[in-house]
Design a protein around this ligand. Structure first.
Ligand code: FMN
Length: 411
């Protein structure tokens, strides 16, 4: 059993759950195994409603402009997120955006409008980029690894400044803002000073930047020991400037009736992996953590099998029975995780099953953990869960753009 390093406040706060919006084709694993997941809007609209009725509070869209590792069709993240916000009632939708592709003032304005249209549910995930061709072939500057984080930090400061201050000015290397007031401001939501700023990255530079400016630090899949290192790195940078960011972690979920079935499914994913695509991806991601001085960061220590789930989701080990997965998730809570970002083979079916079979066990274990550490789980913070059937939301057979797309892309 791992040490409990989470604060009493974190132990009394229920874990939050998010899912990856499948807004790119081909599913979340680079394998020809069947993936009953569509990338089109109708599929995603239904998925988002299932998710918010199943206890998920967040959805994360991906930003991708060009095919790679098989994601040959991609819907743009901010517009897709806005449409999902319009189709849901409670879900917070986090749009991934690249500094270097956007001006922070334009994004700040866009998100304010999305926030007003959705009753305060718009959020962003600031990603610094690893797919060099997207930048170079767009004619944009491709900055060296750590320099990308210098730009990202300035970008986030502008975003927050424009969301929270009037007559905002900021002079920097990449952005210069003079006496700017965005009106209207984002919605005034108690406990939320502005739309939430998530941040994805694993390297030393990413951790330091996240600690200084992000509300939420997001990591790729990690082992318990690996993630504890990330938490320490981010907290050290945050403490130096008196901040307390929260922590999100990616994990690919394979919940089955027996552990053997779950492991067989993982074996099948690996056996049916598309080796040239995975190897191509492995070459492209050398622009990430592996290109830094200390060689640490996203994908830097990933095996061929790990890369089949392109956000290292197998490393988190959410593979087994619902009980085993719930226990594992609570181990992550103990070391500081506040939010689990999840991916699946068959999103609509498995998001619903996760809410039904895994979440109730997580809540029981969280309550036990809180009591053992002299506090109580604050159940008033639990998201509303609908027990009604989701079949009324539409057909479950709407799988446009699923397995066949992946096969096409990998051909
Ligand atoms: C949860 C999460 C989501 C991400 N989403 C995207 C994305 O949508 N598009 C993208 O180009 N990169 C995305 N990234 C990649 C990061 O921007 C960054 O390039 C990557 O983490 C490598 O960072 P590192 O070299 O600092 O470890 C994501 C990373 C994480 C952890």
């Amino acid at each position: 059993m791992s040490r409990v390093s989470a604060s009493p406040e974190a132990l009394s706060t229920p874990l939050k759950f998010a899912y990856w919006v499948p807004n790119v084709s081909g599913g979340l694993v680079v394998s020809t195994i069947e993936q009953r997941t569509g990338w089109d809007f109708e599929y995603n609209k239904k998925l988002a409603r299932i998710a918010e009725n199943s206890g998920f509070e967040y959805a994360l869209t991906q930003t991708r402009y060009a095919a790679s590792y098989g994601a040959d069709k991609q819907h743009e993240a901010t517009s897709f997120s806005l449409a999902l916000l319009g189709a849901t009632e409670r879900l917070n939708v986090i749009a991934a955006v690249h500094p270097g592709m956007w001006h922070p003032g334009v994004l700040a304005k866009f998100i304010i409008t999305a926030d007003h249209l959705s009753g305060g549910r718009a959020a962003v995930n600031i990603v610094s980029g690893w797919l060099k061709d997207e930048f170079v072939n767009f004619g944009l500057d491709w900055l060296e690894h750590d320099e990308r984080y210098v730009r990202t930090e300035e970008f986030i400061r502008v975003l927050r400044g424009l969301w929270t201050e009037k007559d905002y000015s900021q002079a920097g290397k990449y952005y210069n803002i003079t006496d700017f007031t965005l009106s209207p401001a984002p919605l005034d939501i108690p406990g939320r000073p502005h739309p939430e700023i998530f941040f994805g990255g694993n390297s030393t530079a990413a951790q330091a930047t996240a600690g200084r400016v992000a509300d939420w630090y997001f990591s790729n899949g990690r082992t318990l020991e690996g993630y504890a290192e990330n938490v320490d790195g981010v907290l050290a940078a945050a403490a130096a400037v008196g901040r307390t960011p929260r922590f999100g972690l990616n994990g690919f979920v394979i919940a089955r009736d027996t552990e053997a079935e779950a492991k067989d499914t993982l074996r099948e994913i690996v056996a049916k992996a598309h080796r040239p695509a995975v190897e191509g991806f492995a070459a492209a991601v050398k622009e990430a953590g592996a290109s830094t001085k200390d060689g640490k960061g996203m994908w830097a220590d990933s095996s061929y099998e790990d890369l089949i789930q392109y956000n290292d989701g197998f490393k988190t080990g959410l593979i087994g029975t619902p009980e085993q997965i719930a226990e594992r998730i609570v181990e992550y809570k103990k070391i500081g995780v506040n939010l689990l970002l999840t991916g699946y083979l068959h999103f609509q079916e498995e998001v619903e099953a996760f809410g039904r079979d895994v979440l109730p066990i997580v809540r029981e274990l969280e309550a036990d953990l809180a009591r053992k550490n002299g506090t109580e789980l604050d159940t008033s913070q639990l998201p509303e869960v609908s027990t009604g059937s989701t079949t009324a939301l539409g057909s479950t057979n709407d799988l446009t753009g699923s397995t066949s797309d992946l096969e096409g892309a990998l051909a």
